[in-house]
Design a protein around this ligand. Structure first.
Ligand code: NZQ
Ligand code: ZN
Length: 382
């Protein structure tokens, strides 16, 4: 096993009507003026945002609002948010939504106290030492951003999607009411289930490991693979929604990777798909994973054997995962994802961007440079 550092400071308030505790946790973390940041309308339609406005007004907590975050959140709105926070004297950001809203909030949080351009943090030109605190009311279990140290932003001017990891962006709290996820369409539920599985699988496929971490990871994977198809057929099942929601946070707060070395090659390859084609992150992961696995499995076949035995009831892992993705309505190749084959130029562009012009390698189970990235995209393009 590898030495590790496990840090997971986010407070979790979980359960029915948990959003009613919002004023208490905001006060606990010293919020004096709040930016309520949200997406394209689902939280308004579900009644969550009206409820949050009432709770904040009723508790005398001043706030202003910025909506309009899109999936694969954009730097242009982050810049608007930074200017708004400075103008209004905001000292706390409340993300109401999923990974896109949370990441946009984290990026605004980085930008407000920084004198330079916030993209510097995503372009590895600077490391943030200060950030406005962020709290979350989660509406879609998927990204795990509510407990993670990660922020993923798309620079819409440059066509680049980049992540930035830093413990200071971990949310102060996350309020999670599984009932708030009943309105998720089947496709978004399936994208979330895929992303949750992948956050654990990116850690599980490691050449060093620890028995307790493996056991936690395998239990999480089995639970989510069992609950995913069931909740798509029964979207208002509270217990299934709750299991998936909690799994989403545990999958990406570091717990399922202690003692191993994370890979995240599939994630890196996927970020280029969602940048180029605007697809949902979870669907992009499903389109890549089986081909990544095919390409790297000879590195350590015993890992695939454990995955098969302890998660998939002995089935061959790659075809079992392909069948699972199909069973929840996910694509399992690039043509299934975008409705056509990617062109040679597009594969070249994605490999160039992913390898930062050929200078950057991703993954650990097997390191991938530009040529290996191109090979995997080509395999996934059949
Ligand atoms: O915008 P609205 O109208 O709210 O609709 C959203 C959006 O269209 C909808 N939705 C959310 N909650 C809903 C709902 N619809 C009905 N009922 C609800 N309760 O779902 C759509 C997708 O939302 P989004 O936030 O984009 O999804 P997700 O949580 O999957 O986030 C994806 C983003 O997170 C990044 C991805 O790259 C992508 O940009 N990631 C962030 C990570 C992190 N910070 O740790 C790790 C991940 O690996 C990932 O890369
Ligand atoms: Zn992900």
């Amino acid at each position: 096993m590898t030495d590790f550092h496990f840090y997971t400071p986010s407070e979790i308030v979980f359960g029915r009507s948990s959003e009613e505790q919002l004023p208490i946790v905001l006060s606990k973390y010293g919020a004096r003026k709040v930016l309520v940041h949200y997406g394209g309308g689902s939280a308004e339609r579900s009644g969550l945002l009206p409820k949050i406005r009432t709770l904040l007004s009723g508790s005398g907590i001043p706030f202003c609002e910025l909506g309009g975050v899109v999936p694969n959140p954009r730097l242009s709105l982050v810049r608007e948010g930074i200017a708004l926070c400075r103008r209004e004297g905001i000292d706390f950001i409340l993300a109401v939504g999923g990974g896109s809203v949370i990441d946009s909030s984290k990026a605004i949080g980085y930008g407000v106290p920084y004198e330079g351009d916030v993209w510097d943090f995503f372009d590895a030109k600077a490391v943030a030492v200060k950030a406005l605190p962020v709290g979350v009311v989660l509406t879609i279990p998927a990204s795990g951003s509510e407990m993670s140290d990660s922020t993923v932003i798309t620079n819409d001017a440059l066509g680049l999607k980049r992540g930035c990891n830093n413990d200071i962006c971990r949310p102060k709290f996350a309020i999670m009411n599984p009932e708030r996820t009943f309105t998720l369409p089947a496709y978004q539920t399936a994208c979330g289930v895929t992303d949750i599985l992948m956050h654990t699988m990116e850690r599980y496929f490691s050449k060093t490991h620890m028995d307790i971490t493996d056991a936690i990871a395998e239990a999480l994977l089995r639970t989510v693979m069992d609950a995913g198809p069931k909740v798509i057929a029964d979207p208002e099942n509270y217990d299934l929604r709750a299991s998936i929601m909690w799994a989403g946070s545990l999958s990406h707060n570091g717990l399922t990777g202690c003692g191993g070395v994370s890979d995240f090659g599939t994630h890196r390859l996927e970020h280029e798909l969602s940048t180029l084609y605007g697809v949902a992150h979870g669907a992009g992961l499903a389109a890549i994973w089986c081909f990544w696995a095919e390409y790297v499995k000879s590195e350590d076949p015993s890992r695939f054997e454990s995955f098969s035995k302890n998660v998939l009831g002995g089935k061959e892992p790659i075809s079992a995962m392909r069948d699972f993705f199909h069973s929840i309505g996910m694509p399992a190749s690039i043509p299934e994802l975008i409705g056509r084959k990617a062109t040679e130029d597009e594969i070249e562009l994605m490999s160039l961007r992913c390898s930062r012009g050929g200078s950057f390698r991703v993954g650990n189970f097997k390191e991938l440079g530009k040529k290996e990235m191109q090979d995997i995209y080509n395999l996934a393009n059949q």
